[in-house]
Write a protein that binds this ligand. Structure first.
Ligand SMILES: [Zn+2]
Length: 274
């Protein structure tokens, strides 16, 4: 199992074989489902440390859910698992609770384990998968697939474009969690607590873009916070209305927006249950 360089463009079939696809997951909950997919990878000898991976993926999951909304989750870990990248995909007819921000059960789980020696690769995969899965017609086809072969056929054709300085689908909730951790770090705590906060912050930082992080750090330094909630069309950082256009684009999106007035990163607040 050797590490291969990131090609300029590729398809999901470069990473996913039919044997890495589960047509209907047996698992009923999140942890079981992640384990079921790791078993698939272990059976294919794509990973050699399932226990460690399970712990790492669950730790990451508990930090911020990897459910991206609309019934899709992308659990992942950046760990040297003995190879470059290992991917497994599972579909769940009944749906699995993944603590998604939109409250929807997850019907497609794509688990990704990638080697730390491949910087950027996960972000490209994540962006490509999100771009494909954001379209309702694509999700519909996945759910309607009648067997594993058809499911594989749909997934294998997903394209990844490794264009220049990445236009990555950023993850606003991850940035918000990072702010929470950075603020906690400033408060007094025991050495162990500080160490744990540091570990969690590092886990998030390694997933985010460098430009995004440097802007985040500058805002934190200057204002003490960098991310503001957008509630009912109003930026909570400056109390100014957000343009209607941006507000509707933000709804149910996990992209990162910047307040045109105060420059803070905006996160659409969880919608109140009606
Ligand atoms: Zn603002």
């Amino acid at each position: 199992m050797e590490t291969r360089p990131v090609p300029p463009a590729s398809r999901f079939s470069d990473y996913l074989a039919p044997s890495q696809v589960v047509y209907d997951l047996k698992s009923k909950d999140k942890v079981e489902a992640i384990e079921e997919l790791l078993d698939v990878l272990a059976k294919q000898k794509l990973i050699d440390n399932k226990k460690l991976l399970l712990t790492r993926i669950i730790d990451r999951e508990n930090l911020v859910s990897t459910a991206i909304g609309c019934g899709v989750a992308l659990p992942h870990a950046r760990v040297d698992a003995g190879g470059g990248i290992a991917v497994a995909a599972g579909r769940s007819e009944r749906g699995i609770d993944f603590d998604a921000h939109d409250g929807q059960k997850v019907h497609l789980i794509i688990l990704v384990v990638w080697n730390p020696s491949l910087p950027g690769l996960f972000n490209h995969l994540f962006a490509g998968l999100a771009r494909f899965l954001i379209r309702p017609e694509n999700r519909g086809r996945i759910l309607a697939a009648k067997d594993r072969a058809e499911l594989y056929d749909i997934l294998s054709k997903i394209e990844f474009r490794f264009v220049h300085e990445e236009k990555i689908v950023s993850r606003a909730r991850l940035l918000k969690k990072l702010q929470e951790l950075e603020l906690k770090k400033k408060r007094k705590g025991t050495k162990d607590q500080q160490k744990e906060l540091q570990k969690q912050a590092a886990m998030i930082r390694e997933e985010l873009d460098r430009d995004l992080l440097s802007r985040f750090d500058r805002l934190m330094e200057r204002y003490g916070f960098a991310v503001a909630d957008a509630v009912d069309g109003v930026c909570q950082g400056c109390n100014i209305n957000i343009s209607t256009q941006m507000d509707s684009a933000m709804e149910d999106s996990n992209d990162i927006y910047v307040c045109e007035n105060c420059g803070k990163y905006l996160v659409s607040a969880r919608k109140k249950k009606k």
